[in-house]
Design a protein around this ligand. Structure first.
Ligand code: MTE
Ligand code: MOS
Length: 792
């Protein structure tokens, strides 16, 4: 066991604790960035002038009329920028654009004494536009060749040989939607110039260091003149990894120009129309199976909808490509990725970071092909699991794949799957208009940033003379419980009770050069750094203690008088990682997080309406740092995934009318989020036991994102329930999101026994079998007519 993962006696990690701010959250006392507004005298409010066009050149901008509006103090335009007019890391996101790229794009910003004055001022600004051709749909972008960024490929084996040698080859298309983050707290930044002349920013950001960097670029000052603090976020979900920078820069620019504090806080409508979302993807694939249903080859092209700028689209795509095989061994793989440029918001990180979109491919392939192969879908999945000694398509050994099997077997017994499947069959036989199904799906998710350099973190731990402890670390708190875990880590490492430790808000002047709190790696990285800092202090204290049995407070006092340093900076970097993005090979992940889920749904044949009756999950968090926090992450991630796959339906106006490019679903009234009524009626979560992870902090594993992908079980259960309306062996092509409407149409197709996809996009077409392979198992007449294709 490594030093990093070994737990001492009486460890505080592993205790079931409430979130450190739980009481504050539920009483409304937890402060978020915008709650600080009343503490700032003479504060100015900002409002954007937003483009009504999806794509246009700005040919004229007259800001003077805004100054006629009472209360307007300043209009910010490109001319005001002393540094670089750009809000991104790729230099393709002008803060004040001369060409607007999507409906809602901010052209300039008005600062007013009140939010209303700023709004009226923005309405008075006159902008001339020369409309340009806008690309909206993903297919439209592909047809127009509208791409941005690199086009990497993950390759293993010989795809054509693999397909040629397969007994069964299918091809199809899979489309999946984007997703709105809908964090409760919208984007917020608050800037002022402090008494020493430095810019101090409060920002709702997952990446304070990068916010600092961008603000410094925009202002044309070195980073040491800008400090960013993040108190906490009311949810980030990836949406505050890259998106906050521009808003922070606007606030900072306003503050330096006016000498007054400036607040940029988006309304919900602004947040939904201006900020990036999960990438929707279009994928085209060919999949080959052997006679036993074992995957032999997967050839897939993934095209993500990047929106107007690159943002995080490239790393999101890389993670998608590294997850196309999910938990399954596939000897021959070719996964090719592209990023479309469309005139929409700049799509960005969202819990799972491309992983969900990648995995969706193989889960859709298995769900659609199982009936055509005549194999039960759960059995087909199980049969294809990785086994020890195998590698991922990008060349990383898959460690502990047996944990998947353990979890799967536990799930089968805990959830009484066999008994309930019999009950489902009996129910379905008795109910022609209502069908039920249970589906099981696995998750294998790589933990670490693909980009090796990001896998580092810092911490600053102070022990004061009275024995109290103050911890700073580089991670941000967005509700995921990172601070709770870090308190537990510090208490464990120092061997003091939890009450002795306090955590201070994340600030760039305390811990510099931090990575985003993202990739679920917050606890791994910052936990390593906190522990390292504590251990340095403890080592010095041990010399003072000299084997005596002293209470903590006395030990600290004695150390102080002995002139022993009572604080330390900690640093951690994940060992053993390497990644070559030019060939898409290496060992990018420290380990894999595993999980399995079983979902039971009931579908109404008249309406397509459905309910999730029960969900069972067995998830691998290693030795949990904080079991209640992890439980919350698993439930929350699962529900957010179910929202993405079944309810949340982003619609953009793709018509040629005046509204072209407008986000039609820009409020909670039209964008359906999971609510209490859509929660599974019963949800049972078990943490995989005896799951110590050697080489990670106190034997734990990351938990933030992987459970989101357990929601594939709901989608697969819906697919199977839909199939139950049709003849035996019908392959169901289910749209994503599988809204009640989509389910209704899938039922219609299933009832008519249409071979999936002959009527719709996203077909599974049984291809010509390889010359001497056995024929497909018997299927319905209709399937036999399916259009054959050559397997190449
Ligand atoms: N949980 C809550 N409550 N709120 C959030 O914004 N973000 C998720 C996940 N869980 C999020 C959350 C995302 S996208 C990530 S990457 C991780 O938390 C980040 O935190 P961690 O690295 O500490 O797990
Ligand atoms: Mo999470 S999408 O990595 O912020």
């Amino acid at each position: 066991m490594s030093d990093l993962s070994r737990r001492p006696e009486g460890a505080v990690v592993g205790e079931q604790l409430a979130h450190e701010s739980a009481a504050l959250h539920v009483t409304g006392h937890a402060l978020y960035t915008d709650d600080l507004v009343p503490r700032m005298p003479r504060l100015l409010h900002a409002h954007p002038v937003q483009s009504p066009h999806a794509h246009a050149r700005v040919t004229g901008l007259r800001v003077e009329p805004a100054y006629d509006v009472p209360g307007v103090v300043r209009v910010l335009t490109a001319e005001d920028v002393p540094g670089v007019n750009d809000a991104g890391m790729k230099h393709d996101q002008p803060l004040f654009p001369s060409e607007v790229m999507y409906v809602g794009h901010g052209v300039c910003w008005v600062l007013g004494e009140t939010a209303e004055a700023a709004r009226l001022g923005a309405a008075a600004v006159e902008v001339d536009y020369e409309p340009l051709r806008a690309v909206l749909g993903l297919r439209e972008a592909i047809a127009a060749g509208s791409f941005q960024g690199g086009q990497p490929t993950v390759v293993r084996g010989d795809i054509e040989a693999g397909l040629a040698g397969s007994a069964h080859v299918f091809s199809g298309e899979t489309d999946m939607a984007g997703q709105e983050h809908f964090y409760l707290e919208t984007h917020a930044s608050l800037a002022h110039v402090d008494e020493s002349g430095q810019v101090f920013l409060q920002s709702s950001t997952q990446h304070p260091s990068e916010t600092q960097e961008i603000v410094a670029h925009v202002l044309g000052v070195p980073s040491n003149e800008v400090t960013v603090q993040c108190l906490r976020m009311g949810g980030g979900f990836g949406g505050k990894e890259m998106e906050p920078h521009g808003y922070a820069a606007l606030a900072a620019l306003g503050a330096t120009l006016t000498g007054r504090p400036v607040r940029v806080r988006l309304t919900r409508t602004q947040d939904m129309t201006m900020t990036g979302k999960r990438h929707g993807f279009h994928t085209e694939w060919r999949a080959g199976f052997d006679a036993d249903g074992k995957l032999q080859a997967l050839d897939v092209t993934l095209t993500s909808d990047g929106g107007w700028s690159l943002d995080l689209s490239e790393p999101v795509l890389a993670r998608a490509l590294c997850h196309v095989e999910n938990a399954y061994w596939i000897p021959h793989v070719r996964a090719h990725g592209r990023i479309a440029r469309t005139n929409k918001t700049s799509q960005t990180a969202f819990r799972g970071f491309g992983g969900p979109q990648g995995m969706m491919v193989v889960e859709d392939v298995l769900g659609r092909c199982a009936p055509l192969l005549g194999v039960d879908p759960a059995e087909l999945r199980r049969r294809n699991f990785y086994v020890a000694g195998q590698e991922t398509p990008y060349g990383q050994p898959v460690r502990h794949p047996e944990r998947l099997v353990t979890a799967w077997e536990q799930l089968l017994s805990d959830a009484e799957v066999t008994r309930r499947q019999q009950a489902v069959a009996a129910f379905n036989a008795a109910h022609p208009h209502t069908k039920r199904a249970i589906a099981l799906t696995p998750v294998k998710f790589g933990i670490s940033f693909n980009f090796t350099a990001f896998n580092q973190a810092g911490a600053l731990v102070h022990v004061y003379k009275d024995g109290s402890v103050l911890v700073n670390h580089g991670g941000t708190e967005m509700g995921q419980g990172l601070h709770t875990k870090m308190l537990q880590v510090a208490a464990t490492a120092l061997g003091v009770p939890l009450e002795r430790v306090r955590l201070a808000p994340t600030r760039t002047d305390k811990v510099p050069n931090t990575s985003a709190t993202a990739a679920s790696s917050g606890a791994d990285l910052n936990g390593g750094a906190v522990k390292h800092a504590c251990e340095q202090i403890l080592a010095r204290l041990e010399l003072v203690r000299a084997g005596r049995d002293l209470p903590w407070e006395e030990l600290v006092r004695e150390a102080y008088f002995g002139r022993v340093q009572l604080w330390a900076a900690g640093f951690y970097r994940t060992e053993g990682l390497h990644w070559d993005s030019t060939v898409m090979r290496g060992h990018p992940f420290k380990y894999f997080a595993y999980g399995v889920a079983a979902a039971e749904v009931e579908v109404d044949g008249f309406t397509g309406g459905y309910r999730t009756r029960r969900v069972d999950i067995v998830h691998d968090v290693g030795d949990s740092l904080s079991p209640l926090v992890d439980l919350g992450q698993i439930e929350g991630g699962f529900v957010q995934g179910a929202g993405w796959l079944t309810l949340e339906d982003l619609r953009w106006d793709e018509s040629d009318g005046d509204g072209r490019g407008r986000l039609l679903t820009q409020a909670a009234s039209t964008y359906k989020l999971p609510a209490f009524s859509e929660m599974p009626e019963e949800i049972n979560v078990a943490l995989l036991e005896r799951a110590h992870e050697d080489g990670a902090v106190y034997g734990s594993k990351a938990v933030g994102e992987p459970p989101l992908m357990l929601a594939f079980s709901v989608r697969e259960a819906l697919r199977q329930a839909v199939a139950a309306f049709g003849p035996e062996g019908v392959s169901v092509d289910l749209a994503a999101p599988a809204t009640p409407e989509a389910v209704y149409w899938a039922i219609e197709r299933a009832r008519h026994g249409d071979p999936a996809g002959r009527l719709t996009i996203g077909s599974v077409e049984p291809a010509q079998p390889a010359p001497d392979s056995p024929p497909l198992r018997p299927r319905s007449e209709q399937h036999a007519e399916a259009v054959p294709e050559t397997a190449g």
